[in-house]
Design a binder for this molecule. Structure first.
Ligand code: ATP
Ligand code: MG
Length: 608
């Protein structure tokens, strides 16, 4: 069914428009990369508000990252101006939507961050004498709580069958509960429990009347259940996704959720999009050739862009060589010192790129280190997505931990951390009494003051006024009305995701460094994929790799590129490289420009 009415403002193709105007109970847009799924979802949301006059308070849109949520909110605001009350519109990740739900339901708790969950896991492992790392334990606990049952086996394998898995999980839960804490998975489970047991205060359903979900291929079993209960009596469920981009199998997500949805709602309206607006034909062809090695039907996409540069595959002798190559290439692309090399190489210089047009993608966070060194040597500005170093400084971590104590007096872990990082006095007794005095002083302010004022007072008291990291933390407070709102955003990772700088949204020109997982949904004129070597991509653990999932991950990475895709490798090549169609790919040696007149010469010694 379609709603007749005004045409949505944006230019959409016929099928996108059909999806935007669709009024069915359940709508699934299933389509490949760059076909405008996210654009369609946003247009549908705007259409609900503008044409169908749905109240903002009746709409929830779930995105996969805080960044995506932020962008969506911006676009809606821009389109609607101040005419409608956009603040009542709920846009967020599963976790932030659940957090808001629980708060609205009056559940009292604080959110356990990494530090607290690691601490709790450590206690469990020590007291139950389990030989595994806290990280391993937490991963299994998280799987268990996401509704996946591989954990039992893995646990037995690791620590022996005589140990009691269920008891270990329960112990962990008790430790959190004693301190009124929930971890990330608990947010989802507790929301589900309250709704399923019909304990939610009346009227909560209203805000889920129109439920929109991006990246549906990556939802976990628990998230699927949430979607169902949230929208059970609602009007519309609108989901979009691409089964070939399902990359969270290790967390229990499964592209079969589309089939499950069709089963649960036989009247599902399925819409397929085939026009790709993002990438050049060579990039699309290369990506299609790779993903075709996975099962699944024909992947037909029609490129809307003109033929661009071929995909490049550069091999270096070492990882260092790869990183140096990337840094030099970026200089060339942005009109920096490597420019002269372009002619020599015979590579077209299409246009001067800005640093923010460029992304470097890799499989694991650890790979960033070498890249960082090379970028710094070449003077290239960069940001690492999902990682804010200043938040890890002692003063900042200690301060945040102290704020968490103010929010939740039962939070023993945070007390420990703030004592350790802020008041490193010789005798514990003295430190404790300093803690208590500060607690008395700041506890009332925490609830009364706006975040900006609160942090100012705090910085004066602690003599942190000159501390750059604390200044940056203070700069973020302008976005929040209360201290608890601010503290929660920090725990959810909202601030590290958003790339804000000072009190402004981060708009500085910088190259983006991120993992392939983190790049989902994004696009860049130029994308590098670094580290395409055996063992790294496909990533091997104990000599084994989940080939299909790793291939999807590579595919997600390749399809982020709009105009230029540059792959780099060293050592033994990734087997995925054999799947590339050589008619649209050119091979080159990464180190061949070693002795050019580019001025600065980098070599191993720069890094010693
Ligand atoms: P992914 O699977 O990677 O998440 P997607 O299907 O969500 O991709 P979008 O990010 O929504 O795709 O769109 C990809 C690009 O194509 C964006 O730059 C978008 O603005 C552009 N685009 C989408 N539809 C159209 C259209 N009808 N006309 C022009 N450009 C479009
Ligand atoms: Mg998308």
């Amino acid at each position: 069914a379609e709603d007749s009415g005004i045409k949505p403002a944006e230019n959409l193709n016929e099928r996108q428009e059909q999806a935007v105007r669709s009024v069915e109970r359940t709508i699934a847009v299933i389509a490949g990369h760059g076909t405008g799924k996210t654009k369609t979802l946003i247009s549908h949301l705007l259409y609900l508000l503008e044409v169908r006059k749905v109240k903002p308070s009746e709409i929830t849109a779930v995105t996969f990252t805080n960044q995506a949520a932020g962008e969506m909110r911006e676009r809606v605001k821009k389109q609607l101006g101040r005419a409608r009350n956009v603040s009542q519109l709920q846009i967020g990740t599963f976790h932030s939507v659940c957090l808001n739900f629980l708060k609205a339901q009056g559940v009292e708790f604080s959110l356990a961050d990494d530090m607290s969950t690691l601490e709790a896991a450590g206690i469990v492992l020590e007291q139950m004498d389990l030989r595994m790392t806290p990280k391993q334990f937490l991963r299994l606990v998280s799987l268990e709580k996401s509704g996946i049952d591989v954990n039992r086996e893995e646990f037995d394998l690791q620590v022996g069958e005589e140990k009691d898995w269920k008891a270990a999980v329960q112990f962990y839960q008790n430790i959190l509960q004693e301190q009124d804490m929930m971890d990330f998975d608990d947010l989802l489970l507790e929301t589900l429990r309250i709704i399923e047991q019909k304990k939610a205060a009346l009227g909560w359903e209203k805000s889920f009347s129109y439920l929109l979900v991006d990246e549906f291929q990556d939802i976990s079993p628990v998230q699927y259940r949430l979607i169902r209960v949230w929208n059970q009596n609602g009007r519309e469920l609108f989901v979009i996704g691409d089964p070939d981009q399902s990359i969270y199998g290790f967390r229990g997500s499964d592209a079969a959720c589309f089939a499950r949805l069709a089963e649960d709602d036989p009247e599902l309206n399925e819409i397929r999009l085939v026009e790709n607006y993002r990438s050049t034909p060579s990039i699309i062809d290369a990506a299609t050739a790779v993903i075709s090695h996975n099962p699944g039907g024909l992947r037909l996409l029609t490129a809307q862009k003109d033929e661009g540069a071929p995909v490049r595959l550069a091999s270096a002798g070492t990882e260092m060589g790869e990183a140096i190559f990337i840094a030099k290439e970026i200089n060339r692309l942005t009109g920096g010192i490597g420019m002269l090399d372009a002619q020599e190489l015979g590579v077209e210089r299409s246009q001067n790129r800005g640093f923010s047009d460029i992304a470097i993608l890799y499989r694991t966070h650890r790979q960033a280190e070498l890249l960082e060194k090379c970028l710094r040597t070449e003077g290239i500005p960069y940001v690492i997505a999902g990682r804010e170093d200043f938040l890890m400084e002692d003063e900042v971590r200690g301060s945040i931990a102290f704020f968490k104590c103010l929010a939740n007096p039962k939070d023993e872990f945070s007390k420990k951390v703030s004592l350790k990082l802020l008041w490193k006095l010789d005798k514990n007794v003295v430190a404790e009494s300093v803690f208590d005095t500060m607690y008395q002083k700041f506890s009332p302010l925490y609830r009364k003051n706006r975040p900006q004022k609160f942090i100012d007072t705090w910085m004066k008291e602690m003599e942190f006024e000159e501390n750059t990291s604390m200044k940056r933390l203070a700069g973020m407070t302008v976005f929040y009305k209360t201290m608890s709102e601010f503290a929660e955003a920090l725990s959810l990772g909202v601030e590290s995701d958003l790339k804000r700088c000072g009190s402004k949204k981060y708009t500085g020109e910088a190259v983006t460094l991120m993992t392939l997982h983190g790049a989902k949904g994004l696009e860049f004129p130029v994308a590098f994929i670094y580290g395409l070597r055996k063992g790294m991509l496909p990533f091997e653990k104990d000599g084994k790799a989940d080939l299909e999932e790793e291939r999807r991950l590579f595919y997600v990475g390749m399809t982020r590129a709009q105009e230029e895709l540059i792959l780099t490798t060293s050592g033994e090549e990734s087997e995925f490289l054999k799947e590339l169609p050589m008619d649209v790919v050119i091979r080159e040696k990464a180190d061949k420009r070693k002795n050019t007149e580019s001025g600065k010469q980098m070599n191993l010694f720069d890094f010693m």
